[in-house]
Design a protein around this ligand. Structure first.
Ligand SMILES: *Cc1c(COP(=O)(O)O)cnc(C)c1O
Length: 223
């Protein structure tokens, strides 16, 4: 199957499950480690949103595709390193993975220099996995209040990534917790709950995800 067939298959599944869940869901094509040719095929077909997790890898792909197509949106889903933030703010529409208060001021500074409002999500670590990024939910109030102080930051919602489970139903409790935290703050602007990947996006949507991040099922195994 071609990358477009794969994309359409996933998009249809997302639409089907979003009807069941009774809310709109966006599909982010996670193109990290994948070649620009496959992204080009999708962009030519009309796909607008791509997710990348490494700045160095993403920049040449973004440059190539942005020269060819209008209105593409690149989302940063990798670990936010302070020394990469300038480039991230310059090239990414939405940062999914803000996980600490210290980076807010830096994001705001670069966004101000570029005269843009930077969209961000706060990544939460509900399962308290030490190897995973994300902020402890007890600190969520704090970081949300801080983020709202910055004029060049738009806080769009939350991102969550559960521990890997072969049996996806083991993570339903975490998905529901993430959704209930999200609902606590939800408003017109705070309207994005990013959760769900290739193997668990249906469950995530049924629990409340409004954006799913799908890589392998669209592009194939990562190289
Ligand atoms: C790689 C990645 C994905 C996509 O995972 P797949 O299992 O390939 O769909 C989603 N979210 C994040 C944060 C990722 O790093």
């Amino acid at each position: 199957m071609s990358v477009i067939d794969n994309y359409n298959k996933i998009l249809n599944e997302v639409k089907e499950v979003s009807l069941k869940a009774n809310h709109h869901v966006d599909l982010l094509a996670v193109s990290k480690t994948q070649c620009v040719e496959k992204m080009d095929e999708l962009a030519f077909y009309g796909v607008k949103m791509f997710g990348e997790s490494k700045v160095q890898e993403a920049l040449p792909k973004i440059e190539y595709l942005s020269n060819k197509y209008n209105n593409l949106e690149f989302h940063f889903i990798g670990k936010v390193q302070t020394n990469k933030l300038k480039k991230i703010v310059e090239h990414f529409h939405l940062i999914h993975s803000v996980d600490r208060i210290e980076v807010l001021e830096i994001i705001d500074k670069y966004a101000c220099e570029l005269n843009k409002k930077q969209n961000i999500l706060i990544q939460i670590n509900i399962a308290h996995e030490t190897q995973k990024n994300g902020i402890d939910p007890v600190l969520l109030d704090n970081i949300i209040n801080e983020a709202k102080k910055y004029r060049n930051i738009t806080l769009k919602g939350l991102m969550f990534m559960p521990p890997y489970e072969e049996d996806v139903t083991k993570n339903l409790g975490y998905f529901k917790q993430a959704a209930s935290l999200f609902n606590k703050y939800k408003d017109n602007e705070f309207n994005t709950l990013s959760m769900g990947m290739s193997h668990d996006f249906k469950e995530a949507v049924l629990c409340g995800a409004t954006l799913v991040r799908v890589g392998t099922s669209i592009f194939g195994e990562r190289i």
